[in-house]
Design a protein around this ligand. Structure first.
Ligand code: CAA
Length: 378
């Protein structure tokens, strides 16, 4: 693949950058401090037609490619990782409908999500099924025209605001991953209860909740894909989702680099800027090198996805490397910023807390290594 961005990709990148700097950055500290859902930013994202970037235009989406999507997520994550993950999960919820949905499901739900008439979510994780996603216990039983869903989901991003939730549940107990099916659950039509709100270390503006399904009746036409295909639906969705989280991590890492460069040129000790010290220069060199490599891995996975080639391994590699880059260098950025970087309200302090989650959600770094080693050794 070539690594030059197209004219269209550059345009969407600069539009997202301008929006992020002018409209999201001023809200970012408050979003983090108060755990405030980025409503204003989200509404503007919809106006700018960024709420369904890779969803085809015929379904009300942006009709752009995954490279463009990654560019937008990176730009937003540079200023506010919370807003970036809200957008990433909203976009993730559209992917399985596009890939596995019936024509009726696509016509109904994609314009709703891409046009931001409803926020999207993805409910796979449960208390006993995190990395071992196949171990979920939520059940869905067909009764007449409806599936009846019972169970509790945990750590669900956009859990309290989502109007359309992709829910994975057991339809064939005892059949392992082949006994799982996926459903499109519309909150208005199939009410469920939003449980505990998690008080998180980072990405505090993205709301993470429990979802409790108690005899939740979902029309049988909302089965997504075939019966028993839900695990594959979830895994294929996460392949694309991991590109989004990897792009978020690149944005966080780039912001760490930018803050380190800015501060090390401004801060004077021993009569000269600390950037004059080789100790700082080498930290900055390693940051710059890793950010560049992480971005190339993200664009590589996105370009493979765009060209219809397999990209599971490449997405896992991008997510693993970008997340570890963000975490490692956010610690260095705090170190370079010294005491000032350790104070609440310092950008690098927030970046360090936000970086950590990229090593955990949408598959931990250990899960990414399982995916990469499994595919490399098979
Ligand atoms: N695409 C399509 N199918 C896939 C697939 C993929 N990428 N990966 C696996 N499958 C299929 C396999 O081919 C297999 O099918 P067959 O039996 O027909 O061959 C089936 O799924 C089972 O595969 P495995 O045996 O590999 O499954 P496993 O139980 O060993 O689990 C795992 C593999 C990679 C560890 C998986 O459980 C996993 O990814 N776990 C992490 C879950 C995760 O990422 N959760 C994130 C939650 S969402 C989130 O975080 C959003 C947010 O808030 C930001």
């Amino acid at each position: 693949m070539g690594f030059e961005l197209t004219e269209e990709q550059r345009l969407i990148q600069s539009m997202a950058r301008e929006f992020a700097i002018n409209e999201v950055a001023p809200l970012a500290e408050r979003i983090d401090r108060d755990g405030e859902f980025p409503t204003v930013a989200r509404n503007r994202l919809a106006e700018l037609e960024l709420t369904g970037i890779p969803t085809p235009a015929e379904y009300g989406g942006g009709g752009a490619d995954y490279v463009s999507y990654a560019l937008v997520i990176e730009e937003i994550a540079k200023v506010c990782a919370s807003t970036a993950v809200v957008l990433a999960v909203h976009t993730l919820a559209q992917a399985p409908i596009l890939k596995f949905g019936t024509p009726e499901q696509k016509a109904k739900f994609l314009p709703m999500l891409a046009g931001y008439k409803a926020l999207g979510g993805f409910a796979l994780t449960e208390a006993g099924a995190g990395s071992d996603a196949g171990a979920l216990a939520t059940t869905a039983v067909l009764e007449g025209d409806h599936y009846v869903i019972n169970g509790t989901k945990t750590f669900i991003t956009n859990g309290d605001g989502a109007g359309v939730m992709i829910v994975m549940a057991k339809t064939g107990p005892g059949e392992g991953t082949k006994g799982i099916s996926a459903f499109i659950v519309e909150k208005n039509e199939s009410p469920y209860t939003v449980g505990k709100h998690e008080d998180k270390m980072g990405v505090r503006g993205s709301h993470t909740t429990e979802l409790i399904f108690k005899n939740c009746k979902v029309p049988k036409e909302n089965l997504l894909g075939k019966i028993g295909q839900g695990f594959k639906v979830a895994m294929a969705t996460l392949d694309g989702g991991r590109i989004g989280i990897a792009a978020q991590a690149v944005g966080i890492a780039q912001a760490c680099l930018d803050e380190s460069v800015r501060y090390s040129k401004e801060r004077k000790q021993f009569g000269r800027p600390i950037a004059a010290n080789q100790a700082i220069q080498w930290m900055i060199a390693d940051m710059a090198k890793d950010v560049l490599a992480a971005r190339l891995l993200v664009h590589n996975a996105a370009a493979l996805c765009d060209s219809g080639q397999p990209f599971s391994l490449e997405a896992a590699a991008a997510k693993l490397f970008a997340a570890e880059t963000a975490m490692k260098h956010s610690i260095k950025a705090v170190q370079i910023n010294g005491g000032y970087g350790y104070i609440r309200g310092a950008k690098v302090e927030r970046l360090m807390r936000d970086a950590k989650i990229t090593e955990i959600y949408e598959g931990t770094s250990e899960v990414q290594r399982m995916v990469i080693s499994g595919m490399t050794l098979r």
